[in-house]
Write a protein that binds this ligand. Sequence first.
Ligand code: SF4
Length: 500
Amino acid sequence: MRLSRFTIMLDMEGYGALFNGVTGCMDLVSSSFLQFLDALSGQSSGARRDDAPSPGWELLSIMKLRGHITEADEMEELHQFRRYAALLDRQNRWLDRQTAYIMLLLSYYCNLDCTYCFQKDFRKTLEHARLRPRDVDLIFERHLEHLCPGVQADKIYYTLYGGEPLLMHNMDAIERVLQKAGDRGSPVHAISNGYYLDSFLHLLGQAPGKISNLQMSFSCDKSVHDAVRVLKGGRPTFMRMLDNAEKAMETGVSLVIRVHMHHDGEESFRSFLSLLEQRRILGADNVTVHAARTKNCSDALEAEHHYERSVGSEELMRLAPAVSSLESCYYHDLQRLAEAQTGRGPAKTVGCMRGKQNCYVLDPFGDIYACYEEAGTRKYTIGTYSDQHVSFLPFRKEVLAGTIGNQNAQHISPISLITGGGCNGPSLRRDLSRHHVSRDDLTRAIVETALKQVIRDTEPRLPAIGNTFDHMPINFPNDGNRSIPALIDRFTDLMNEAGM
Ligand code: SF4
């Protein structure tokens, strides 16, 4: 008998909480029982029947049904995880095939020269080409059926991307995309630095043929932003972008303001939020302010600098829901799980667009990439498109196979099915770590912050908390055996019945 490698134990001061990242079971237990489990986790050979604490063996049996305790050894439990993750992935792929996400990289050219831009290294050699209206026609009329066969038009999401997409020299291609997508009922999003947004306001809004969702990024307030997010030549951009964000908000577009949390930028981050509040951007119905840790990992930096040091996880959690963050996203997922009565536990088998079915970046050179951060680096091309056809390279299979169940054991942890494992290219982790936040231990700390908050928020609806109790389930209270082998049996049957 061992503690499952997928169970997280939390000391909630006065009682303990358990969460199993595969079965999804959340439980409150007494502090003494938590201590017993803690001791169990330190034993290599597992506990014997007589080691059971008060209240004894019955509680241990319940813990087994919830997945927190297992008779399987390390290797066997890992094997069970891989089998279960493969089932979840089969289900996810079936669902993924009902939608498509196509990023149209209009051009690698950008009017800005941000110090941290991940396209910096190769932009010069690629920035001359751009997607033209005839390329757009080809994509919509000839290539869609190969890229995302059978997907209904209103489930195909297009994103205008660059470089900077919202520039006048891209206007003809943008208008063609909006016309084609509008005719078919397909939503169009854009990721823009917003510097020239005032020339594109007429294209924003919720009507068909408009850009319905727009993401703009700021590097905190003026003091940091104007040092790193600058025009070519170094001139500042902050005030113009902020004014443009305000104008965009008036169009009804769903606006996502991404705030990059730069190293040592805590005060600048807080002051930017105040400014958004003064301008009534923070809190507007159609605006989401999202705090994002930025790229961080120069190989030269020491470990603690791999994350930008900015406001902490607890503070971000307190800022939710006004400010979204990784913390608040995980909070929502875990909160839903805390209310579940039956069904799947956490089920994310890929961490990002790279491992998903029907997710592509199409660039103006006819190259297809699986990830927008790989776009422009030709060794990561997964396929090509031309006048005549779309063809995929063997690398695409490799990318799609990078699901969490196939990753190395050291990357499989209690949070694997919550995060999907982050970047799905383990062989590329080092390469991509310049751009990704990929430190598993820090991601786990973020998930634990969210988990603690979910458990705190659950307390009021649970009876008798604070009195002596040995165990109280939070979710799946009457769902029987939820050990990993039992879930494998359950989902195999369900999927066979559904013909998946
Ligand atoms: S706006 Fe975006 S694409 Fe342009 S330089 Fe800055 S980070 Fe790079």
